[in-house]
Each structure stands twice: as structure tokens, then as C-alpha cells.
Design a protein around this ligand. Structure first.
Ligand code: DC
Length: 218
């Protein structure tokens, strides 16, 4: 089984690189961030504060979340409805970061992630894949990039989707989110000891993917 763990902070290029890898290697791409975004969206729609542990636990216990693949693209169904576009909204990012800090949320999502990874060759992107979800994955990479470069990438992405966002506000939010993600108690964002670091600030996603493919193909 090929499992490639791609971790790193927001905007480090994980999802773009993961999509290229999945296509070139003919394997599945599991976007684990989408799963935490789904939990956040469910809380938002149910009027539950993402910081409220008891409220969030109630949401998680009854969560109807399904992941499907449509021509290689991940489709997320929440209560039977395709929310793949909705979860990418800027306001969901911070909510996902907060909701993902709850242990009950992580355990439920991690169980699903491990199940998928044990059944299929895949590349998983996230924050704790190499360090916690799949500590025995053969291939582990930790992508980083300058925070302003990362904010600019997100800015471009959101603009292309028609969302009005302010670059400086986005930069501040990214720094705050990185802090949250790397300082939570349970399974924080961290470079696994045996992960290879790739700084993506000034190289293209194709080049990053090539570096990884070379390692995987040996
Ligand atoms: O990768 P993303 O921006 O879609 O992730 C949204 C949030 O979800 C991120 O700020 C932290 C959380 N997350 C996590 O805690 N663990 C993962 N494996 C993936 C995402």
C-alpha cells in the first residue's frame, strides 16, 4: 500500500501538490482538512459554538459525513448534501481550526482517515498525518512557505471563487490559524521526525510534486 503523508501549515501548497501526485501516480487524494471543515460547517448550521466542547461532541456523535470520489475529485456529503464548495468559504477556515482542537472530533476523523488509508493507495494532506494518523507511512513530507506567500496563495484562490477578501486580514488569520493548529494539546501541527521538509515559497507545485515522485519511485 502506498501512503504519502503531506503535512504543513495553511497555504503551503499541500492540496495543489496532492492533486498532482494523485493524478501522476494514479492514487487517491484524501483531503483531511475538508473533514474538519465539514464539522465546522455542521456546527455553524446548527448554531453550535465551535469552542463549546459539549455542544461539539453532540454534533460529532450524530454527524452524517460521507466521502465519495467523482472522477478522482473528493466530494463531501454532509447529511446527504454535497458541501464541497461551501466548506471552502473563508469564514469556515478559522472555525475548522477551532473545532479540530477537540479530541473527540479528531478521534472520529482520524478513524475514518486510517480506514481509507488502509484500503487504498493514497496521498493524504493535513497537519498530523505523518506524526499521528499514519506514523508508519513510508513517505512523509512537510511543506512550508513564507507566511506572506501563503496568504497570497489563499487570496488568489478565494478571489477566483468570487470571495472578497483583504490580503492583510488573510495574512493575520493564517498566522493565527498556524498558531492554533500547532499549539493544541492533542495531535498538533508538527513535522514528523522522519518527514522531509520542502520549502515551497519559490518553487512551483509541479516542481514539488516532481521531488516527491522521485522519492516515491526511488
Ligand atoms: O487544510 P485546511 O485549511 O483545509 O484545514 C482546515 C483546518 O482543519 C486547519 O486549520 C486545521 C484542521 N486540520 C487538522 O487539524 N488536521 C488535519 N489533518 C487537517 C486539517
Amino acid at each position: 500500500m502506498i501512503n504519502i503523508a503531506l503535512d504543513g501549515p495553511a497555504g503551503s501548497g499541500k492540496s495543489t501538490v496532492a492533486k498532482i501526485l494523485a493524478e501522476k501516480l494514479g492514487i487517491l487524494y484524501l483531503d483531511t482538512g475538508a473533514m474538519y471543515r465539514d464539522c465546522a460547517l455542521k456546527c455553524l448550521n446548527s448554531g453550535v459554538d465551535v469552542s463549546d466542547e459539549v455542544g461539539v461532541k453532540g454534533i460529532i456523535d450524530g454527524l452524517d459525513l460521507k466521502i465519495r470520489y467523482d472522477g478522482g475529485a473528493q466530494v463531501t456529503l454532509l447529511d446527504g448534501k454535497d458541501v464541497s464548495k461551501e466548506i471552502r468559504r473563508a469564514e469556515i477556515s478559522m472555525l475548522a481550526s477551532t473545532v479540530s482542537a477537540h479530541k473527540a472530533v479528531r478521534m472520529k476523523m482520524v478513524e475514518k482517515q486510517r480506514e481509507i488509508a488502509s484500503e487504498m493507495d493514497c496521498v493524504l494532506d493535513g497537519r498530523d498525518i505523518g506524526s499521528f494518523v499514519l506514523p508508519n507511512a513510508k513517505y512523509k513530507f512537510y511543506l512550508t512557505a513564507d507566511s506572506m506567500v501563503r496568504a497570497e496563495r489563499r487570496y488568489k484562490e478565494l478571489k477566483e471563487r468570487g470571495e472578497e477578501v483583504d490580503l492583510n486580514a488573510l495574512h493575520e488569520e493564517i498566522i493565527k490559524r498556524d498558531y492554533n493548529d500547532s499549539h493544541r494539546d492533542f495531535a498538533p501541527l508538527v513535522k514528523a521526525k522522519d518527514a522531509e521538509v520542502i520549502d515551497t515559497s519559490y518553487i512551483s507545485a509541479e516542481e514539488v510534486a516532481e521531488i516527491i515522485i522521485k522519492k516515491v519511485k526511488g
